[in-house]
Design a binder for this molecule. Structure first.
Ligand code: ZN
Ligand code: ZN
Length: 103
């Protein structure tokens, strides 16, 4: 896929934000061949059109913990069927619970 960046001929694109949508790219728009984009070691993709990182994603592990808690399962001793995982975890796994609450 061709990418676009804002710059003039001869401008460096190594620090430029790469867009997949030319309309999204502030002018002057220059196309960037895919092979060139791939050769860059440090690419900044536009979060709006190119799926770049806007905000860091939640770490995978934390997401699982949150999911288990929502389902009434304790992620730290793998018991389930809790009405309130929080009440159980704050008593049985205070450190882990605190860590989870802090994140
Ligand atoms: Zn864009
Ligand atoms: Zn537990």
């Amino acid at each position: 896929m061709t990418h676009y960046y804002s710059g003039r001929s001869g401008d460096s694109f190594t620090d430029a934000t790469l867009h997949t949508d030319a309309e999204c790219c502030p002018g002057p728009v220059r196309p960037l061949a895919e092979s060139t984009a791939e050769s860059l070691t440090d690419t900044n993709y536009c979060p709006d059109c190119a799926g770049g990182d806007d905000e860091p994603e939640e770490p995978e592990q934390n997401r699982d913990v949150a999911q288990l808690i929502e389902l009434g399962s304790c992620p730290w001793c793998e018991k389930d069927g809790f009405e309130s995982v929080g009440r159980h975890a704050s008593a049985a796994h205070p450190n882990e619970w605190q860590d989870y609450r802090d994140d």
